[in-house]
Design a binder for this molecule. Structure first.
Ligand code: MAN
Length: 362
């Protein structure tokens, strides 16, 4: 049994200002986070929706690819139906548009990760170019090769894929381009080269479901060329069928421990048949990968470590979501930073010894 300490919201939508006066912030969530000396750099996903309503029309935001800002497309309700809170579906073609758009915001936070007022400047990182016109999402930050590398989801009519960027302090992105083509998300880089190569966990999302979409690992000499891909497999008992039957995905950036690479990942349940939402609950669990050969899963937590239980995790844009994105070392404890209900950022602490005891050899 892993005891959870100091579970708290860290950033809420009301803490930040929208990028434009006609947009409202609907979420600040799924953040990359990394300790930088005297502060924690948080790169948060900020999602915004248009405020204006027009009878018979749905607004769908889109960034102009020439960098000249945000445009609202008004889609006729006769042709587009609302699917869940996140998307609109074209009645004939089945193609979708998002009801909101996301950009990234860099925030420096004291290392104690206590909730406090966010002081400006909150540096916005806005989408750029054809592959980002519906937004950029879910960043993860890894310090590797003396660089701060950021993997983030790009959304466009070409679908969701993952790109890489270098950043010094989160305020400017030096874009390196797409590293995993559509549809692939939940890309996290390891903080060290392994046998000379960069390594990343990633999650392709296949159309044919022979089994649930799962975490893969791949390798690269330079961060641009990736190969040697394979799924991570571990024995899954009957008990995990429910909580990760929908899909699994990384997660926090892996952390080196004496016993192996510690990875906190998410499991997503299939929604119950009578549910109004298209998406089931997201919970967090842990894996341990072999230090020399991280394609080998050596231990797992058979049950979820963290499930949505508090109000800010249960109620929001997408209810019942714990989406872990960063694991920070706080001495005898780990601080887990996570997105809650696609609406806010939460943080909680677990004793390292508790987590170690919960890991069962695979
Ligand atoms: C899914 C969710 C959303 C996200 C879109 C596009 O619907 O993960 O949060 O905005 O995909 O990536």
């Amino acid at each position: 049994m892993v005891t959870i300490h100091a579970r708290r919201p860290l950033l809420l939508p009301a803490d930040i200002t929208p990028s434009r006066p006609d947009m409202q912030v609907v979420g600040i969530f799924n953040p990359g986070a990394i300790d930088c000396g005297d502060h924690t750099l948080i790169l948060a996903r900020v999602s915004e929706a248009p405020i204006e309503r027009r009878d018979g029309w749905h607004p769908a935001p889109r960034w102009r690819s020439d960098g000249s800002g945000l445009e609202l497309d008004w889609l006729p309700a006769t042709e587009w139906s609302t699917q869940d809170s996140r998307s609109l579906e074209h009645r004939d073609s089945g193609f979708v548009r998002l009801t909101f758009t996301s950009h990234l915001r860099a925030i420096r936070h004291p290392l104690d990760l206590q909730r406090q007022a966010v002081t400006p400047p909150q540096h916005p990182l806005l989408p750029q170019g054809e592959l980002e016109i519906y937004g950029i999402e879910d960043p993860r930050i890894t310090r590797v090769d003396n660089d701060c590398l950021l993997s983030y989801v790009c959304v466009s009519p070409a679908a969701a894929c993952t790109a890489l960027a270098r950043t010094r302090d989160g305020t400017v992105l030096d874009r390196l381009g797409v590293c995993f083509p559509p549809e692939n998300k939940d890309v996290v880089l390891f903080p060290e080269r392994i046998a000379g190569r960069l390594a990343a966990l990633h999650r392709p999302n296949p159309r044919y479901r022979f089994r649930a979409p799962e975490i893969w690992i791949g390798f690269s000499p330079d961060g641009v060329h990736w190969g040697d891909h394979r799924p991570l497999r571990w024995p899954r008992g009957a008990s995990d069928a429910a909580w990760c039957a929908g899909k699994t995905g990384a997660g926090c950036v892996p952390v080196r421990t004496a016993a192996g690479w510690l990875v906190i990942y998410h499991g997503n349940a299939r929604p119950p048949a009578d549910a109004s939402s298209e998406t089931g609950a997201y919970v967090a669990a842990a894996l341990l990968l072999d230090l020399e050969d991280p394609t080998r899963v050596i231990a797992t937590t058979p049950e979820p470590l963290i499930a949505p239980t508090t109000a800010f995790e249960r109620d929001g844009f997408l209810p019942d979501v714990i989406f872990p994105t960063a694991l920070l070392d706080r001495g005898t404890r780990w601080a887990v930073v996570y997105g809650a209900a696609d609406t806010s950022i939460g943080v909680l602490e677990i004793d390292k010894s508790d987590l170690e005891a919960a890991l069962v050899r695979a």
